[in-house]
Design a protein around this ligand. Sequence first.
Ligand code: NAD
Length: 359
Amino acid sequence: MARKITLIPGDGIGPEVSTAARRCVDATGVKIDWEIAEAGADVIAKYGTPLPEATLESIRRNKVALKGPLTTPIGTGFRSVNVAIRKELDLYACLRPCKTYQGVRSRFESVDLVVVRENTEDLYAGIEFEEGKPETRKLIGEIEALSKKKINPDSGISIKPISISGTKRIIKYAFDYAVKHKRKKVTAVSKANIMKFTDGLFYAAAREVAREYEGRIEYEERLIDAICMQLVQNPGGFDVLALPNLYGDILSDLCAGLVGGLGVAPGANFGKEIAVFEAIHGSAPKYTGQNKVNPTAMILSAVLMLDHLGEKEASAKLEKAVAKVIAEKKSVTYDLKADRNDPTAVSTSQMADAVIAAL
Ligand code: NAD
């Protein structure tokens, strides 16, 4: 029986790359009944919101979604539609594998890292106080009284909550991922020497979880600044990286850069029961409708989805087909050509055709 999965085409280049990914998944032979759900800038006029409740309901019902990028419209009350989806569905773990494929221009040849980012806490929790507002002045006064430290009165304040429970579940996710995917090491990353009660707590909770995996998966800790340097010097020294929200956001882009950039970087967001698969890149509005951008990141996100569905063979087959097309450097989009103006570059849909032919 076909498995029902929510497909959110997204906006901007979203519909182009998600159609490419959908066609590739269908061509693997895995039977999927796609339930199309709307979201993004293009549906605000119709629903009065970029994130209709029916779309969230569809994901809750089907438990798995493949999602195209969504533009965050200015002035709708949403900081980001993507962050709103993660919050609404409690998708606490963001997974970003960063792997070099032969044929993609990058500084390193054999990077194979996985970044696991906590998705719900930290400075990203959205608890912010605007400079000059009465409540901000009140908060500054109370913090000064409690901490006996001075804060400039013209400050804005962002709050950084990091909890034991939130940390334990993300570290457990990282270790379980490592076990399932035959990885060797989890590195917890933080800045515990400076932020003892948040980042220090992150390490303490991580160590407790790590003990449960002793003898099976190695555990180590790195400071965020040190690992930034070590990663650009020797990315091969790391395996699975587990980070709080903000460091995870920054480091996953750094790691995407190590393997050739946004066009080839897939991602996924996991909750207890729900998983949403999406490319790291955004809606690249300037390329909308041109059938020009690279569909690889979205297709590789679908590879992760197939793996999650237990369709290991189809997942491996699709990844191999993408790798083959990229390595041949022939039927690839402009950004994968040595010269971005190369007239032999193919379109988004033609690259998907080539992947399907290579299956
Ligand atoms: P972006 O990723 O959309 O674009 C940055 C640049 O990267 C583009 O100009 C383009 O040159 C390149 N690029 C991105 N995807 C590409 C692809 N598949 N092939 C080739 N080149 C590609 O980032 P942005 O311009 O900062 O954001 C545009 C919109 O997307 C914003 O509204 C932002 O909020 C949203 N966004 C959404 C997501 C998501 O849906 N998960 C993620 C990031 C940004």
